[in-house]
Design a protein around this ligand. Structure first.
Ligand SMILES: *Cc1c(COP(=O)(O)O)cnc(C)c1O
Length: 369
């Protein structure tokens, strides 16, 4: 028998969450962002649930090739554009749309030999200060691209730094609007947090939703604004379940300790379940005592230190549980119990994004429609 740990990818939930993005931005097209192997879900598996998206946005050229190999003929956008002039050949061959965020990428295009002009997304830096042309350089970059025979349609995009937080997006929407005022072309601004929190605003909403939104984390059953928001409050469903089983039970007496470093001491007689899941599976090593874990669908707490292959949980809330009981580290448990990945991330001082992306290669993954 293999070790009992397993991840499940819920393709029906991916489709549901994509539907939430579409419903919140009914006048926009939706890029399903599938970078980082679809946020750890597996590109091919995620594609099953996301095939009704208007396009797929990603970073790695090999992921673009994998999508074409799945027979996806629609738009694919390289969110960081090309990393090397030779990447343009693949863009021509596979019909990839690509972001242009720096002058070097325009130089490469100008030297590129192709008879298929490229669709590009010219990126403006509206305040994030990572990628993109500053306001003052946007028009000249646009004019340079527009003069190139290698370039077909030019779209405009920018990315928000604070769509999930109190600073918000107004300053960036305004900077983008100012810089791009009389430039033609489609526009794309919103990530998941902007789709959920800002796209329906009475004032700026339509400028935020624009022609294309770029939905990532919301598709994968995590709230970008957790813990303020939750998948429950946004109507999203978990798309990844990490589950395992109890492979042992210990009965502690008062004063007994658990695990490396003896970080937990029993105050009374306590049953402890030993779970076949550790940091080598992608479970966060810094998850503290009290991190929620479902055992037989009942909400229990982690005790002691997370080790490479095991964690230990206090079974007090699950008196019927024993050897072989089902354990849900995050996602969907038995009897409709749900443990949002965001709650585990919050307890461990990280975000849902990091946990799902860090699912370890040794964990077998199955698809659950
Ligand atoms: C990753 C990414 C997104 C998606 O962000 P989420 O917060 O996951 O919705 C959107 N746009 C760009 C440019 C990105 O890199």
């Amino acid at each position: 028998m293999p070790r009992p740990i397993q991840a499940l990818i819920h393709t029906e939930a991916l489709a549901h969450n994509l539907g939430v993005a579409c419903a919140r931005t009914p006048d926009s097209r939706v890029w399903a962002v599938v970078k980082a192997n679809a946020y750890g879900h597996g590109l091919e598996r995620a594609f099953e649930g996301l095939r009704r998206a208007d396009g797929f946005a990603l970073l790695d050229l090999d992921e673009a090739q994998r999508l074409r190999a799945l027979d996806w003929r629609g738009p694919i956008l390289l969110l960081e554009g090309c990393f090397d002039p030779r990447d343009l050949e693949l863009c021509s061959r596979l019909g990839l749309w690509h972001v242009v965020h720096t002058a070097e990428q325009i130089d490469w295009l100008a030297a590129h030999k192709t008879n298929v002009p490229h669709r590009v997304f010219l990126k403006m830096n509206s305040g994030m200060n990572r990628l993109g042309f500053p306001e003052a350089a946007l028009r000249s970059a646009w004019a340079r691209l527009n003069a190139l025979p290698q370039v077909d349609e030019i779209s405009l995009m920018t990315h928000f730094s604070d769509a999930d937080g109190p600073r918000g997006i107004v300053h960036q929407v305004q900077a983008f609007a100012r810089a791009s005022a009389d430039l033609p072309g489609e526009r794309s601004l919103a990530n998941s947090a902007a789709v959920l929190r800002h796209a329906a605003d009475a004032g700026l909403g339509s400028a935020v939703a624009a022609d294309w939104v770029r939905a990532g984390i919301m598709l994968y059953g995590s709230a970008p604004d957790a813990p303020g928001g939750s998948i429950h409050s946004w109507g999203l469903k978990p798309t990844m379940t990490l589950k395992s089983r109890l492979i042992g039970v210990q009965h502690l007496q008062p004063g007994d300790t658990v695990g490396y470093g003896s970080t937990y001491t029993a105050a009374q007689s306590t049953r402890i379940g030993i779970v076949a899941c550790g940091y080598a599976d992608g479970y966060p090593r810094h998850a503290p005592i009290g991190t929620p874990v479902l055992v037989d669908g009942a909400r229990c707490s982690l005790v002691g230190r997370v080790s490479m292959d095991m964690i230990t949980v206090d079974l007090t809330p699950a008196p019927q549980a024993g050897f072989g009981s089902e354990v849900t580290l995050w996602g969907c448990g038995p009897r409709s119990a749900v443990l949002p990945i965001d709650e585990v991330a919050q307890a461990a001082g990280t975000i849902g994004y990091e946990l799902m992306c860090a699912l370890a290669p040794r964990v077998p993954v199955a698809v659950d429609g």
